[in-house]
Write a protein that binds this ligand. Structure first.
Ligand code: HEM
Length: 264
């Protein structure tokens, strides 16, 4: 039963990943999925044969299944390590922020104003790109790439007894209209002025001793990337209106892979 659940979950994860890859990766992904499906079929045939008292047939199907799963694994490795098809939260954050800047030009204008005071050639200046970095943080509040944080309760608590598994749905707190008057509106200023704080459950990188150790690296590299894009363009626009204008609430989710940006 557990194996069946595992296979189902792996297939679902593969389908989700596959929907966000480009054509070349999708072709490799299709063969990867086919190899794994054949492997499941061969191992099932082996099990059925052994249970049906046909051990020879069972013994023949199993190595064929191993060969198929090996080929599938090889292609899976190629997808992840050579074709970089794995889930990359920082890339998603960069793309979401870029789309936000294009949909709400006031944010991009402020980020460009900030550039005037910084030396484009000096990477240390990125630490002073306060507004642009806040835009990245804001995109992670609006569309967190880690929508839940998991913990085990280590002591008895009225909410969870010792040993209970706890899922903190941080994506809910990020948009909680009862505690935030900016819940569904892009408000980068909430980061420097402290309104977007862990005490209100705004934790795109988590918080406490297990917080994401990659957060400073992510904020630095994504801000630096967007800074370069803004320096090399005078205008950013969306080919399709995937996000509403600043006067309207932002959607909780959207297909960021379908975005087409127009630059000048
Ligand atoms: C937008 C990008 C990213 C986001 C939003 C993000 C967010 C998170 C979150 C929410 C956690 C869970 C922490 C917890 O359980 O409390 C986590 C864990 C972790 N992240 Fe990230 N992360 C990002 C990118 C990265 C990168 C680029 C690296 C490595 C260079 C990284 C390394 C880690 C590691 C090692 C952990 C496990 C920490 C532990 O269990 O102690 N993350 N991240």
């Amino acid at each position: 039963m557990l194996i069946a659940v595992g296979i189902g979950a792996a297939a679902a994860a593969g389908l989700v990943d596959g929907s966000r890859t480009h054509e070349q990766q999708q072709r490799v992904g299709l063969v990867h999925a086919a190899c794994n499906t054949v492997a499941v079929g061969l191992y099932s045939a082996s099990l059925t044969a052994r249970l049906g008292n046909r051990p020879l047939r069972g013994r023949m199907s199993a190595p064929a299944g191993l060969a198929a799963v090996g080929a599938g694994g090889l292609l899976g490795g190629h997808l992840a390590y050579r074709q970089a098809a794995a889930f990359d939260a920082a890339a998603i954050a960069a793309f979401n922020t870029l789309t936000l800047l294009a949909a709400h030009p006031g944010l991009a204008d402020r980020a460009r104003d900030e550039q005037v005071y910084r030396d484009a050639e000096d990477p240390r200046g990125i630490a002073e790109a306060d507004h642009l970095r806040a835009c990245v943080q804001e995109s992670l509040r609006l569309w967190p790439t880690a929508p839940a944080i998991l913990r085990d309760s280590t002591r008895d608590d009225p909410l969870a007894p010792e040993g209970a598994a706890v899922a903190v749905i941080s994506s809910f707190f990020h948009r909680d209209a009862q505690t935030l008057d900016f819940a569904d509106r892009s408000t980068p200023d909430a980061w420097p002025d402290g309104r977007a704080e862990p005490a209100r459950g705004i934790v795109p990188f988590s918080a406490g001793p297990a917080a994401c150790p990659g957060r400073n690296l992510v904020l630095f590299t994504v801000t630096a990337l967007l800074d370069t894009v803004l320096r090399r363009t005078t205008d950013l626009d969306l080919a399709d209106p995937v996000l509403p204008d600043p006067s309207r609430p932002l959607p909780h989710t959207w297909n960021h892979t379908a975005v087409r940006l127009l630059t000048a």
